[in-house]
Design a protein around this ligand. Structure first.
Ligand SMILES: Cc1cc2nc3c(=O)[nH]c(=O)nc-3n(C[C@H](O)[C@H](O)[C@H](O)COP(=O)(O)OP(=O)(O)OC[C@H]3O[C@@H](n4cnc5c(N)ncnc54)[C@H](O)[C@@H]3O)c2cc1C
Length: 298
């Protein structure tokens, strides 16, 4: 049955895009969470929604479980084929299909990388706001399935707030659109069901996403606090005052040390606090006093 399935899958996607060699299958034996590792029986790399529909129908006929996979950066084991089965990878489905500026939306395939999408939209004055730290590697399909967030989500909301409708291939191989690609489409909020469903409902093969206008200006402020509690209290006060920054990150002393050690950014530690207060701290790379950085001592 497996041989027949390999041949049938090859007819749909091309023999090059069916992976069955034992060593090659090990590439797909886990995602970013390597606690549980298990090789799939087969991997297939389709290029279109129609191919995914055909692949899912073949898997259903063969009684083989399917596991959708984007870039495999997930940290929850969602793309790990823990009981074997057929991994359906979307990495070849990396096209931005349509920009609809009049309705501030963009239609994409699921394998588009989060970072690539924002870069693509930049020249149009837009961004895709959700920005998981893995954004240079992770895919939109994975973002939708995990309802991923990032620093921007404080202001703009998680991925679910930016998905207007998806085309999804159900376990039967039937493809449906959820919603009509507008924020207030009629009917049940099936898009909401898909966001965060971790690939358990079906495979997202296309999506209408909200485009968010780029801010007119961006200002980075670095503030230093004597302890994490004070920093957290200041975050709450800032938001309560009605000002929501487009992103906020807190780094404790250990993290600052680690980041400096790894990237030589010269972020100020305890000893530099006084220098900053006196306006004497200079950006290590530019040598310029960084007026955008502020220290804070309550
Ligand atoms: C260094 C690092 C930093 C990270 N930072 C963040 C962060 O800041 N915020 C955050 O939320 N996460 C973060 N993550 C986790 C991960 O990157 C995100 O969850 C990301 O959205 C996963 O995308 P992916 O393409 O790698 O998906 P995968 O890992 O391939 O898959 C994730 C899940 O989505 C399903 N899936 C994938 N594609 C589809 C599809 N087309 N249709 C249906 N289901 C699908 C899979 O079955 C699986 O359940 C980080 C991971 C790493 C390694």
């Amino acid at each position: 049955m497996a041989t027949n399935l390999v041949q049938d899958l090859a007819k749909v996607v091309g023999a090059r895009f069916v992976v069955s060699a034992t060593e090659a299958l090990r590439t797909y034996d886990a995602d970013g969470c390597v606690v549980d590792v298990h090789s799939p029986d087969l991997v297939v790399l389709p290029e279109t929604s129609a191919q995914i529909e055909a692949v899912v129908k073949l898997a259903a006929q063969a009684g083989m479980p399917i596991i959708p996979r984007g870039a495999g950066t997930g940290l929850a084991g969602g793309a790990t084929p823990i009981r074997g089965g057929l991994v359906i990878s979307t990495v070849r489905m990396d096209k931005v299909l349509e920009i609809d500026a009049r309705n501030s939306r963009v239609r994409v395939q699921p394998g588009v990388l989060n970072w690539d999408l924002s870069q693509h939209l930049k020249s149009h004055g837009y961004q895709f706001a959700p920005d998981p730290s893995s954004q240079k590697a992770c895919t939109i399909g994975g973002n939708i399935a995990n309802n991923s967030g990032g620093p921007h989500c404080l202001k703009y909301g998680f991925t679910a707030s930016h998905v207007l409708g998806v085309k999804i291939v159900l376990p039967t191989g039937e493809a449906i659109w959820t919603g009509d690609g507008t924020p207030f489409g009629p009917g049940y909020d099936l898009t909401g069901v898909i966001c965060g469903s971790e690939g358990m409902v079906g495979i997202v093969t296309e999506a209408w996403l909200r485009m968010t206008r780029l801010p007119e200006a961006v200002r980075v402020v670095l503030a230093l606090f004597p302890d994490v509690e004070t920093a957290c209290a200041t975050v709450s006060q800032t938001i309560a005052s009605g000002f929501v920054p487009s992103s906020l990150e807190i780094m404790d002393r250990l993290t600052l040390k680690a980041v400096n050690g790894m990237y030589q950014l010269g972020l100020p530690g305890r000893r530099r606090l006084g220098a900053i207060d006196r306006g004497r701290w200079r950006d290590r790379r530019s040598g310029q006093p960084d007026v955008g950085h502020r220290s804070h001592r309550p």
